[in-house]
Design a protein around this ligand. Structure first.
Ligand code: NAD
Length: 392
């Protein structure tokens, strides 16, 4: 680990390129955050069309005082700071000027090659996945803002596919019983899924390995599923409020115990995740076969391997009459508000670094140290190295 010296980058042009990853509709600077950056004395440029898919057309940026740049290469090479949603491609890294600042999701676990290229290019890159979960970092917490939107949208996706009404309905033709929704994983996405399903009138129950969430689940009007399982300490309490390591044996026991609850559900929303690891396998092929035909699983863990054995990322699979929706990047399907919140998260992290007219990198600060991945030609983050499998 190199000795990290505090550093500063003087007056910068802050830019947002158009996202190039397929299916990515979000943008990292909105007209609102452009105006805030400009009010703080910064020069802002966005690539022409960058906000269109999220409902922020070019004229709104121009009105906010930002430059709308038609030339991709000019935008990247003239940038002091690039604010992005997805990690840049290798070609995009090649466009960055050395010593530029980058803030985006970087996914060091799967994008090691990009992280190495950023280091080689001398870029100072921040990864939003690695932001420490401190209360003073909450306004920068893009994982939470995006997970919350995903939890909401997952319920709507399930409701659209389910051939049933969500609420109880009493009509002249008789009474319809409410749908039953089971939410597995009651973190940020799961809690929003519970709240949304309840608002639509479903009967909701939820399970999480962290017993601490029981009260939150109940306060949203859902039942907390209690399982007679001895939780290994490491499963319930990982670092920073996350769940920790779970053995295959433990996951098999959970599947055994959850079988009955899953068979009783019309909709299962799965959100269970363990940071930096494959998502736990909570719904097996046999459990899907035990569900009523027409039931729906929306697997928000699809991007990290899926909580259901049959999930295929970015596909809807039908098995035994049950639909398993593995739509990837769900926040992007609600791009306007996802961008609004994401852009504010990124702005708050940037303004945390922006002091008295320059970017100041104070590596004694937990937020900076925790989320800065590359600086001065090195990978400077131990957690990123761990996720990339680089020896410490
Ligand atoms: N700034 C802060 O202090 C801050 C910010 C955001 C979240 N948090 C805390 O972190 C928690 C988790 O955050 P997240 O939603 O991003 O986590 P996450 O996306 O990593 O995981 C989602 C949920 O899945 C659960 N899970 C993991 N394995 C499971 C299994 N086998 N069965 C059932 N559930 C399982 C986890 O406990 C978690 O609640 C939040 O609920 C909150 O308490 C703190």
């Amino acid at each position: 680990m190199p000795e990290l010296r505090n550093a500063s980058i003087p007056g910068v042009r802050v830019v947002a390129p158009r996202e190039t990853q397929a299916g990515e509709h979000r943008v990292a600077i909105t007209p609102e955050t452009a105006a805030k950056l400009i009010a703080a004395g910064l020069d802002v440029a966005v690539e022409s069309g960058a906000g269109v898919a999220a409902g922020y057309p070019d004229p709104q940026y121009a009105e906010a005082g930002a430059v709308v740049e038609a030339e991709t290469t000019a935008l990247w090479s003239g940038a002091g700071a690039v604010l992005k949603v997805q990690a840049p491609s290798l070609a995009e890294v090649g466009l960055l000027s050395p010593a530029a600042l980058l803030i985006s999701f970087l996914q060091p676990a799967t994008q090691g090659e990009i992280v190495e290229a950023l280091a080689k290019r001398q870029v100072t890159a921040f990864s939003l996945e690695l932001l420490p979960r401190l209360s003073r970092a909450q306004s920068m917490d893009a994982l939470s803002s995006q997970a919350s939107l995903a939890g909401y949208k997952a319920v709507l996706m399930a409701a659209m596919r389910l051939g049933k009404y969500f609420p109880m309905l009493m009509s002249a033709a008789g009474t319809i019983a409410p749908s039953r929704v089971l939410v597995l994983g009651a973190g940020v996405a799961g809690l929003q899924a519970i709240a949304t399903a309840r608002r639509l009138g479903a009967v909701v129950e939820a399970y999480d390995v962290r017993p601490a969430v029981k009260e939150e689940v109940q306060s949203l009007g859902a039942r907390f599923v209690e399982l007679p399982v001895e939780l290994p300490v490491e499963a319930a309490a990982g670092q920073g409020g996350y769940a920790g390591e779970q053995s295959e044996e433990f996951q098999a026991r959970l599947r055994e115990l959850l079988g009955e609850r899953i068979a009783a559900a019309d909709v299962v929303i799965t959100t269970a995740a363990i940071p930096g690891r494959r998502a736990p396998l909570l719904v097996s092929r046999e459990m899907v076969a035990g569900m009523r035909p027409g039931s729906v699983i929306v697997d928000l863990a699809a991007d990290t391997g899926g909580n259901c054995e049959l999930t295929r990322a970015d596909e809807v699979v039908e098995a035994d009459g049950v639909f398993i929706d593995g739509t990837a990047n769900v926040p992007s399907t609600i791009a306007h508000h996802a961008s609004q919140l994401y852009a504010r998260n990124v702005l708050n992290l940037f303004m945390h670094l922006w002091q008295e007219g320059e970017v100041r990198l104070d590596f004694e600060d937990e937020i900076t140290r925790g989320s800065c991945v590359t600086h001065a030609g090195q990978i400077v983050n131990e957690r990123a190295k761990q996720l990339m499998g680089v020896p410490a």
